[in-house]
Design a protein around this ligand. Structure first.
Ligand code: B12
Ligand code: SF4
Length: 435
């Protein structure tokens, strides 16, 4: 059986490769395809190919496969569907899975022979066995995937197929899935029903050892939400002497033990969702645990531990008017946030944020391609869509001017090289966004 696993491009996705145009490269390797490849039953003796369009150009006319599995995010859904339709015209069986398929299964099903809803640890092997017997079903659900994920029998990621050199950080993995929080704009609680699942710590440690890498990246959505598990994992990581990057919420500010373990276990950088510096806006979006008044204290604590902060901010909340852009610029310069990731608020389908805007008749269109954090797809409360878009682009440029980069990085010389490269990357990304 010939299987192709495909991660399609989209406007958002392309941005990662803009700065090395000919030789496509991305910051870090997604694990979607390597996980799915690892789950393929060995007794099928399948000939497997994985294709991440973020790092390589494709020509689907040359694809030779019995079955193609496509991973669909919201922003790449229209394009993924076009590819799926074309492949099916050629007589190739197409299976769609991934976040967007799970959010809108009926829509996805119009473009597939079968769909997989939710995580696929159980359903994907079952689907392939059915296919090999000529009995492919139509809808496969994720029942029982958590047992597999939490057991030591979870098949390892198939990294043998990964084009490692195309990723700046190829050594990615996850220890947990899901998040207990319910931030209104986030798809993770919708996808995972606000539950969390954890892999056995021994298995995560074995996986890290098997990578033989100095730098690893955890792609877990919100690992600090199971604080006990995350502390135990960090304790077990101390002897490994690796450097790691991952996500955390602002809650870590109150937990000195967590912070100390992070340092001891080799934490190099944390992505932190600040989202807004307006307390009403974070409260309104069910992220009340973000205490805006204490953001700078958290930044100082992490800097004292030489941990890099990638701060994410969202624009277009109901409380935001035109003054938000200047206020955030002033804040990130003052607080000295190392690396910045700005997004325009995006109502991903089926999230509470989407449902509210839909009820208020504020969704402008459902062209999913524009649901990429770079376009305004709803009517903001205190700005026009044009003002939001222009203010966002202007802020992105100002916050990545040499002046702002100097202000944010001055006086801290550890991690300077890394921070400069990352800021340069985001500066180029801004130019791309303006096109
Ligand atoms: C790596 C990553 C990226 C990478 C690669 C994208 C990718 N597909 O992996 C890059 C940097 C390109 C990226 C970009 C963006 N991303 Co992103 N990204 C992630 C991240 C952190 C990890 C993905 C991963 O490796 N997960 C682990 C794997 C194993 O899980 P999985 O992909 O869900 O796959 C499982 C199931 O879904 C299923 N499955 C998935 N695909 C398929 C296909 C088949 C055939 C089958 C059978 C099963 C199946 O099986 C897998 C095993 O159970 C996730 C958050 C997260 N932790 O998942 C966000 C996430 C996927 N990204 C998100 C967003 C919003 C974006 C951006 C819009 C940027 C932004 N503003 O944040 C862009 C748009 C990209 C695009 N192409 O459209 C959202 C998704 C929103 C949505 N509704 O689509 C997520 C969930 C983050 C979040 N909390 O909101 N992202
Ligand atoms: S804490 Fe992060 S992962 Fe969890 S729901 Fe909020 S935004 Fe999503």
């Amino acid at each position: 059986m010939k299987i192709i696993l495909f991660l399609p491009n989209s406007t958002g996705h392309k941005n990662d490769s803009f700065w090395i145009k000919k030789k496509k490269r991305m910051a870090y390797a997604p694990t979607t395809l390597t996980v799915l490849s690892g789950l393929i039953p060995k007794d099928l003796n399948a000939d497997i190919r994985i294709i991440d369009e973020g790092i390589e150009n494709i020509d689907i006319d040359t694809w030779d496969a019995d079955i193609v599995g496509i991973s669909v995010l919201t922003a790449n859904a229209p394009y993924a569907y076009k590819v799926a339709d074309k492949l099916r015209m050629k007589g190739i069986t197409v299976v769609l899975g991934g976040v967007h398929t799970s959010l809108l299964p009926d829509e996805a099903f119009e473009h597939a022979d079968a769909i997989v809803i939710g995580f696929a640890e159980k359903s994907w092997p079952r689907l392939l066995n059915d296919f090999s017997l000529g009995k492919l079903g139509k809808i496969y659900k994720d029942d029982g995937w958590g047992e597999v994920f939490q057991s030591s029998s979870l098949p390892p990621l198939d990294r043998s197929l990964l084009k490692r050199k195309r990723y700046i950080l190829p050594n990615t993995l996850v220890a947990t899935r899901g998040c207990y929080n319910k931030c209104s704009f986030c798809v993770i609680p919708v996808f995972n029903k606000s539950k969390m699942f954890q892999r056995p710590i021994g298995c995560v440690i074995d996986e890290i050892k098997s990578l033989s890498a100095q730098n690893i990246v955890f792609l877990d959505s919100s690992p600090t939400e199971d604080i006990h598990y995350s502390k135990e994992l960090m304790k077990a990581m101390i002897p490994l002497k690796v450097k790691w990057n991952g996500c955390a919420t602002t809650k870590i500010l109150n937990d000195d033990e967590w912070l100390s373990l992070a340092k001891k276990s080799g934490c190099r950088g944390l992505l932190i969702g600040f989202e807004s510096i307006n307390q009403m806006a974070v409260n309104d979006n069910r992220k009340k645990f973000n205490n805006v008044k204490r953001y700078e204290e958290l930044v100082k604590k992490l800097h004292a531990l030489k941990i890099i902060i990638l701060g994410t901010f969202i624009f277009g909340f109901d409380q935001d008017d035109k003054s938000v852009f200047g206020e955030i610029l002033e804040f990130v310069n003052r607080a000295k946030i190392d690396i910045l990731h700005f997004s325009i608020a995006t109502p991903f389908p089926n999230t509470p944020f989407y449902d509210r805007l839909k009820n208020e008749d504020r969704i402008l269109h459902q062209n999913w391609e524009k649901y990429d954090g770079l376009h305004v797809v709803f009517k903001p409360q205190k700005m026009t869509p044009q003002q939001l878009k222009e203010g966002f682009l202007d802020l992105h440029n100002k916050a990545h001017s040499y002046r702002s980069i100097c202000k944010r990085l001055s006086g801290r010389y550890n991690n300077l090289g890394f921070n400069l490269i990352a800021n340069w990357g985001f500066r180029q990304y801004g130019k791309y966004m303006m096109q």
